[in-house]
Design a protein around this ligand. Structure first.
Ligand SMILES: C[S@@+](CC[C@H](N)C(=O)[O-])C[C@H]1O[C@@H](n2cnc3c(N)ncnc32)[C@H](O)[C@@H]1O
Length: 291
C-alpha cells in the first residue's frame, strides 16, 4: 500500500507550472564533522535512507553484473557503496570523494564490514585525472551530483564519465530532480524528521533545493551517451532521476538475498521502498528486482 500522504504533494507538483530556482548547496563538499556524522548515522541505523539504499543497490547490481571494476562518484560515508560491494563480492569498487572526513568514515565502515573489494581515493568528480581513459567497466553515483555548483560542472562531470568509461560500459547515476514548489521540498525533507538527526533533515532540504532539473540530465545523457543510456524518473513528479544503461539478469540467489534485505527493513522503510518501486515503475523503470 503506497504512502497516501504523498497525494497532496503529487497533486501540487502536477498543478504548479514552473520549477523552483536552483540554490547550490552552501557546503559543496561535506566536510563538517557533525554533518558527516549525521549523514552517516541516518543511513546506517536502518534509517531514513534505508529504502533508497536498498532500491539503488538492487538496481545498480542489475546494471553492473559481469563488470570487474566500478567507480563510485561522491561515495560519502560509503553506506550505499558498502551494501553494493557486499552484494557483489567479485567486483572491485573504487569510491571517490573530496571530503577527507567522509573518506575516513567510509574506510572505517568498510573495514568494520571486512570488505576487501573496495578502495577509496580523494578526488573531484569533475576532474578524474587519476583514472585512465576507458579504464572502468562501470561508473555509478548516488545522490552526489546536486553538490556540483553549476550546470557547467555537471557537464564536465559527464564528460569525465564518458572519458573513463570503457566503450559500452555500464552506467547508473541517480540524484534528486528539482521540485516545483517549496511546500513539496519541505514535505519530503521533513517527512521523517522525528526519526532522523535534525542536521540530516536540513541537509536533505538543501539537497532538494540544489537539485538539477530532469531536463538537464536528459540533455547531458544525449550529449555524451546517445542511445545506450536512458533517463528515468519517478512518475509525473521527477523527484528522483536515474540515468542508466541496460540491465543484465540477476541470479536467483541474488534475488533471494535482496528479498531478505527487504524483509529486514523496518515497516515504514519497507513502505518507502514500495513507494519507490511503484513511482519508478509508473515512470517507466523496468525490471523491478524485488518483483
Ligand atoms: C549526499 S553525499 C552522497 C554520498 C553517497 N553517494 C550516498 O549515496 O550516500 C554527497 C557526497 O558528494 C561529495 N562531493 C561533493 N562535491 C564533490 C566533488 N566535486 N567531488 C567529489 N565529491 C564531492 C560530498 O563530500 C559528499 O560526501
Amino acid at each position: 500500500m503506497p504512502n497516501l500522504a504523498l497525494i497532496p504533494t503529487f497533486l501540487r507538483e502536477c498543478l504548479v507550472s514552473r520549477s523552483l530556482p536552483r540554490e547550490p548547496e552552501p557546503d559543496l563538499v561535506m566536510e563538517d564533522a557533525e554533518q558527516v556524522a549525521a549523514y552517516a548515522e541516518a543511513g546506517r541505523i536502518n534509517g531514513a535512507m534505508a529504502a533508497a539504499y536498498l532500491f539503488h543497490s538492487a538496481h545498480i547490481s542489475q546494471v553492473i553484473q559481469e563488470c570487474r571494476t566500478v567507480l563510485d562518484l561522491g561515495c560519502g560515508p560509503a553506506t550505499q557503496l558498502a551494501q553494493i560491494a557486499q552484494l557483489n563480492p567479485d567486483i572491485h569498487f573504487t569510491g571517490i570523494d573530496l571530503s577527507p572526513n567522509m573518506l575516513a568514515d567510509a574506510r572505517l565502515h568498510t573495514e568494520a564490514l571486512k570488505l576487501h573489494n573496495v578502495d577509496f581515493r580523494q578526488a573531484d568528480i569533475t576532474r578524474l585525472d587519476a583514472f585512465e581513459d576507458h579504464s572502468m567497466d562501470a561508473v555509478i553515483s548516488t545522490m552526489a551530483l546536486h553538490h556540483l555548483p553549476t550546470p557547467e560542472h555537471l557537464d564536465r562531470c559527464f564528460a569525465e564519465i564518458q572519458r573513463v568509461l570503457k566503450p559500452g560500459g555500464a552506467l547508473y547515476l541517480t540524484d534528486f530532480g528539482r521540485l516545483k514548489s517549496l511546500q513539496s521540498v519541505i514535505f519530503f525533507a521533513y517527512a521523517n524528521a522525528h526519526h532522523q538527526p535534525h542536521l540530516f533533515s536540513l541537509d536533505y532540504e538543501r539537497s532538494l533545493r540544489a537539485a538539477f532539473l530532469k531536463e538537464d540530465f536528459v540533455a547531458l545523457a544525449a550529449k555524451y551517451f546517445s542511445l545506450e543510456v536512458c533517463v528515468q524518473s519517478t512518475f509525473k513528479v521527477p523527484f528522483l532521476v536515474v540515468i542508466k544503461t541496460a540491465d543484465k539478469p540477476l541470479p536467483e540467489a541474488f534475488r533471494q538475498r535482496i528479498a531478505a534485505l527487504r524483509g529486514e527493513l523496518k515497516p515504514r522503510y519497507r513502505r518507502d521502498l514500495t513507494d519507490l518501486r511503484l513511482f519508478f515503475a509508473l515512470g517507466g523503470l523496468k525490471n523491478d528486482p524485488f518483483a
